[in-house]
Structures are given as C-alpha cells and as structure tokens.
Design a protein around this ligand. Structure first.
Ligand code: FAD
Length: 415
C-alpha cells in the first residue's frame, strides 16, 4: 500500500469548515476573556462559543455512530483540531475535556453504559460537559504506584448496592460545569480498597455532577489556557449505584492509559495549531516591518533562516501527529507509542517554536503589542498537562522499552 498524505475531498471540506468556524467564532475569545479576573468567569464567558461549537457538530464528532455521534476518526479530528487551536486554545480544550471525560466510558463501558451516558451528553451537547477526575491534590504521576500506601487516595467503598466515594481532586477540566455546580458527569479515578495494590483496586466510577457530596470548592488560576476551567473538587460521601463502575476494580490503570492515549495524539494537533499561529505572527512581522532599518527584516539572513527552522519543525509535528492518529484508528489503541511520543515531541517543540518566534519578533513580542506572549503562556501548558512529560509520558516510554521483547520497529511498521 502506498504512503499517501493526500487529503480526501471530505477531509479538505472538514478542514476548511473548521478553519472558517475558528475565524468566525473563536477569533473573539481572547478579547472576551481579557478583562475578566476570575478563572471561572473567563470559562463561563466562553459558553456562547462552545454552544456554537456543539451546534457545528464537534461534540457529536467525539462519539461513534452507533451511539448517536458522527464517528469521526482520530485523523479527521486532528485535522479539525489544528484549525481550531490555531485561533483559540480555550474552547477546543473544553471539547477535549469532555472527550477525555467520556473516553473511559467509550473504552471500558458496557453497551448499556455507553448508550446511556453518551445519549445523555448528546441530548444537550452544549450544556452537558463531561470531566475526567484523575489528578489528586497530592499529585498525579504516581497514580498507579504498586505500593498500596501510595498513589490515588480517593476511595470508593462498597455499601450494599452503592459506591461511597471520598477524596479530593483538582485540575478537573470542565468539572464545575457551566453553572459552577458540577459537570453533567465525572469519571472518577479511585481505589476500591487502599490495602490492595492498584492492579486489584484502581477503578473508574461514573458520578453525575449533581450527586450530593460533589462539591466544587475552588478554582486554580493558570498562566495560559486562561478560559479552561481547573476546579478543585471534593467528593464527600458521594453515593452512586454499584453499576456505575466501568469494568471492575483493577481496570483503572488500563482505563487511564486508554483515555490519555487519545488526548496525547490530539495534543499534537493542538500544538501544531499554536505553532502555526506563532509562525504566522513572525512571518507577517518579517515581511512587513523594517524596525527603523531600510528593508523588511526578512531580508536579513538570520531572520530568513529562523523562519525556515520554525516551518520545518511545524511540518514535522503535523505529520507525526497524523501518523499517531492513523495508528490509533487502525490498531484500536493496541499501540499508543506514537501517540505518547507525539505528545512529548510536539509539546516541547511548541514551546521552542513560540520562543523562537518571539526571538525573531524581538522585545515587542513580550508585551501586549503582540499575541506571542499569550501564545507562550498557552504553549507552556502542553509539556506539563495531560500527564507531564517528565513524571508520566517519558516514564510510559521507559516502561515500554524495558519490556522483554520490545520491538523498536513495531510503531513505524504499524504493528
Ligand atoms: C490546563 C490543564 C488541564 C488539565 N486537565 C486535567 C483533567 O481534565 N483531569 C485531570 O485529572 N487532570 C488534569 N490536569 C492535570 C494534568 O493531567 C497533570 O499532568 C497530571 O495530573 C500529572 O501531573 P504531573 O505529571 O505534573 O505529576 P505530579 O504528580 O504533579 O508530579 C510532578 C513532578 O514530580 C516528578 N515526579 C513525580 N513522580 C515521579 C516519578 N515516579 N518518576 C519521575 N518523576 C516523578 C516529575 O518531575 C513530575 O513532573 C490538567 C492540568 C492543566 C494545567
């Protein structure tokens, strides 16, 4: 089979549609949120944009056709995501947050669970958000530490036909919902018995945000991704039916990994979008600004060479992202090595590319005269979140490499 990066007519239309949507709807987000001081206020102010995103079918794109979605492949989703992220990172990340929150259900839910909870989200795709409550206030990297005394501390105790959940999470994107009272549902990473290792006790349980005891107790303010909401959520004797568990106790690590492999690939697309935005700023500056000299600065060799370096790196990140998405689509998540590599590579490259664009533009890039300072704030998040590159993502690769029989060519050859 030939290697072919040519987009189909449908993919070109999807890409063009997403580009138009971003330019018409998302272009106003920056100005809308700029004067708002509270983080949750900035998030709430983006609802009209998210509503339009839902109306344009982006929430439906998260789900397979048999559950009412439009069954978009990871490759197609990445094509659209790059276009959205090139204009605004906030509203697309809210969409990603719902995708992340639903991934455990998609990957490990029973037929009945999938129909029910996907159906509920799609009944009101704008209003109903999902959230993945993974990160503990004490950290996330060691969530599956084999020592039972470490790792996830949130507990789910079985009481008759109910789970009783107690614990404290933060960074739960979307977890506040649009009204500050809780998202429509949360997939909560917890331990069913703190005496047992995670292989026997780590679990993911679906919790409707309206359940008594789900308390949004505050919000973290972030340097970038300014309108992505990062609530602190406490679970105080939260009771849900026993049937809300996904799979069984002990499946938790596999569920988390499954959820974070999809986001890893998508973050490659988001990083490509942000890098593109930085390149556009630098390119426009280089072609038009003389900085009190006699010629536009693009005529200087150093500026031209820097543009070449920026452009090469962006192209490389895009095609690695496509390959990682292709692998997710064609191997039913059987191999997520490329997705993890994409997350690490594209996120760190994005910080470098935005910084180099700033070096090219010079001191004004550090001020509100230029969008680059805001893009840098957004870029800095990519290596740190979704499983930090140091505490989580490189460790995932390290674990693979240490496995007996690891085949270094398997990813490249689609095995
Ligand atoms: C905008 C945003 C959105 C987010 N959305 C969500 C969300 O929806 N849901 C959610 O649950 N979380 C979310 N997070 C949190 C995010 O996923 C974190 O990446 C994750 O919780 C792990 O954090 P960490 O990698 O920094 O690990 P931490 O546990 O905080 O570790 C911090 C550092 O300690 C070191 N370290 C710790 N343990 C080890 C080890 N065993 N080996 C080597 N080094 C180690 C590493 O240097 C690591 O970087 C979000 C964060 C942000 C900023």
């Amino acid at each position: 089979m030939a290697i072919d990066f040519t987009l189909s007519d449908e993919q070109k239309a999807l890409q063009a549609g997403a580009r138009t949507f971003a330019r018409e709807v998302l272009c106003g987000v920056r100005d809308t949120i700029a004067p708002i001081s509270r983080p949750e206020g900035r998030f709430f102010a983006t609802f009209p944009c998210y509503e339009k995103m839902a109306a344009a079918g982006f929430v439906h794109a998260l789900f397979p056709r048999q559950y009412g979605g439009s069954g978009m492949s990871a490759v197609d989703f990445a094509l659209a995501a790059e276009e959205l992220a090139a204009v605004d990172i906030n509203v697309p990340t809210t969409l990603l947050g719902t995708g992340l929150g639903m991934e455990p259900i998609l990957g490990f839910g029973s037929e009945e669970q999938k129909r029910r909870w996907i159906g509920e989200i799609l009944e009101q795709p704008a209003e109903r958000l999902a959230a993945f409550a993974f990160t503990e206030v004490s950290g996330g990297a060691n969530f599956d530490c084999p020592d039972p005394s470490a790792g996830v501390r949130t507990t789910a105790r079985r009481d008759g036909d109910q789970w009783v959940i107690n614990g404290q999470k933060h960074y739960t994107t979307n977890g506040s919902g649009w009204d500050g009272k809780g998202s429509h549902l949360l997939t909560v990473v917890c331990r069913t018995d703190l005496r047992l290792p995670p292989a026997e006790s780590l679990a993911v349980i679906v919790v409707p945000g309206s359940t008594p005891g789900v308390d949004v107790v505050g919000y973290l303010d972030t340097a970038g991704h300014r309108a992505v909401v990062s609530p602190r959520i406490h679970f105080n004797d939260v009771r849900v039916p026993a049937a809300n568990i996904l799979g069984k106790p002990g499946n938790g690590a596999a569920i988390c990994r499954h959820a974070f492999s999809w986001t890893a690939a998508m973050i490659g697309a988001a990083c490509t979008g942000v890098m593109r935005a930085a390149f556009d700023v630098a390119f426009e500056f280089a072609r038009t600004d003389k900085r009190s000299g006699t010629v536009p600065v693009i005529e200087h060799q150093n500026v031209g060479y820097m543009l070449a370096d920026l452009k090469m790196r962006i192209e490389a990140a895009r095609y690695l992202t496509w390959k990682a998405c292709h692998q997710l689509d064609h191997m039913q998540r059987g191999n997520d090595e490329l997705a993890i590599m994409t997350k690490i590579y594209a996120s760190e490259l994005c910080v470098q590319v935005v910084y180099d664009a700033m070096r090219l533009v010079g001191v004004d890039s550090y001020t509100d005269l230029s969008p680059l300072s805001g893009l840098m704030q957004d870029a800095l998040c990519f290596p740190l979140y979704d499983g930090g590159n140091m505490g989580v993502r490189r460790r995932q690769l390290h674990t693979m490499f240490r496995r007996p029989g690891y085949d270094p060519m398997a990813s490249a050859e689609g095995r």
